[in-house]
Design a binder for this molecule. Structure first.
Ligand SMILES: [Cu+2]
Length: 132
């Protein structure tokens, strides 16, 4: 009986030590991730993504918002038909299934149009990118 108790006690100790070790390990990982994120932010690479979903013949939102001077990955996902998202007054154009890193320093409203002749609703296929 005493031997069994000793064994149980030793097992408890092992579990506690293991849990403690695991905690330390995950804390170390979090720190490394944080540093990596900071490095990404410093280099100007995109840390967020906006997905524009296109169909015949509209974009899923009337308005998409990004922050001025901040790099954002803009992705175009078409669930129906072939489309693109061209941001007027800029050189940015995102083709179907592609992602483009966008960074606009000038705040304002930028019209998003489809730049692929896609049928009868093509001309009215519009949305707005708000840079604030
Ligand atoms: Cu079109």
């Amino acid at each position: 009986m005493k031997k069994w108790l000793l064994f149980a006690g030793a097992m408890c100790l092992v579990v506690v030590l293991a849990a403690c070790g695991a905690n330390n390990a995950s804390n170390a990982n979090t720190g490394a991730n944080q540093e990596a994120e900071n490095a990404i932010a410093d280099s100007g690479a995109a840390s967020s993504e906006i997905v524009i979903t296109a169909s015949n013949w509209e974009f899923d939102q009337k308005e998409y918002k990004i922050k001025a001077g901040e790099t954002v990955n803009l992705k175009l996902d078409s669930i129906e038909g072939m489309h693109s998202a061209k941001i007027q007054k800029t050189d940015y154009e995102v083709n179907n299934g592609k992602t483009v890193a966008v960074n606009i320093s000038e705040p304002g409203s930028y019209e998003i149009i489809c730049n692929v002749p896609c049928g009868q609703g093509h001309r009215t296929m519009k949305s707005t990118l708000v840079v604030e």
